[in-house]
Design a protein around this ligand. Structure first.
Ligand SMILES: [Fe+2]
Length: 257
């Protein structure tokens, strides 16, 4: 039967929506509770919806009973401190699984390339239902930062780099695309990440905000790109060697971010 997917994401695996008037929001993301949760760099997360409404970030399949990343339970102690963010996550009307704010400390392009991963969004997702994708709403005004997307982890030839000013809104099939953020600066980056089920509601939302399947690539000097690629290769090889020494294989698919 296959999953229900968005036609808008078929070509590139992502869409960029019209940007949001971020300055209208208070700094809701600074007032809510964060928990330590390591994913793709130096991170913490503040959940707005979780498997059972607790302030925790574990994949829904790691709970009892295990289930897929849908029907997240909103956490009143968090959502009442972040009403605008909650409203934005609920605006599409699509089923929401996990919904949380990521806090990412500054890193480099080379870090980002090493952090590239695919999300495990559709574990236990029943065939014939909607494919789970993720929305990324950038909250801080990270003008020099950018999201990196690749179809292939180690192939720079088709890399997409999407700018992350305040109000940037992306929807990405993060199980298909390798992804991570390069965050330039001195302060942490905050971004609202929501798991949505694909279907008519999400399609309408993408259309309403003029989802575009091609973003302008953020320009980065070629020598920085080359150095980052070389460093990614070096770190992957070093990690593989370390794991081989311990008799394990590398796990690259992450469920956390
Ligand atoms: Fe991720």
């Amino acid at each position: 039967m296959g999953y229900i997917k968005s036609a808008a994401l078929e070509e590139t695996g992502y869409v960029v929506l019209d940007s949001y008037q971020q300055e209208l929001d208070p700094k809701e993301w600074l007032d809510i509770e964060f928990v330590d949760w390591k994913s793709s760099g130096d991170t913490r997360f503040a959940p707005l919806a979780s498997a059972f409404g607790e302030i925790e970030c574990n994949g829904f399949w790691n709970h009892t009973p295990p289930r897929t990343d849908k029907d997240g339970v909103w956490i009143p102690a968090q959502t009442e401190k972040a009403p605008n963010l909650t409203r934005r996550a609920q605006e599409p009307g699509a089923n929401v699984g996990r919904c949380r704010i990521i806090e990412l400390q500054p890193n480099t392009y080379a870090d980002c390339l090493y952090n590239l991963h695919q999300d495990d969004n559709n574990r236990l997702n029943p065939d014939g239902t909607g494919w789970v994708v993720r929305g990324f709403f950038n909250l801080t005004d990270d003008k020099d930062s950018y999201f990196v997307l690749r179809e292939n982890r180690t192939d720079p030839s088709e890399e997409t780099r999407i700018a992350l000013p305040a109000g940037a809104q992306l929807i990405i099939d993060t199980q298909r695309l390798w992804h991570a953020a390069t965050h330039v600066g001195t302060d942490p980056r905050y971004c609202l990440i929501t798991s949505w089920e694909s279907g008519p509601q999400l399609d309408e939302y993408i259309a309403k905000y003029n989802g575009r399947a091609h973003a302008d690539n953020v320009a980065v000097p070629q020598e920085l790109l080359d150095a980052g690629q070389a460093e990614q290769s070096r770190r992957i090889a070093a990690r593989a060697a370390a794991l081989a020494a311990r008799g394990r294989e590398e796990v690259t698919a992450m469920s956390e971010a």
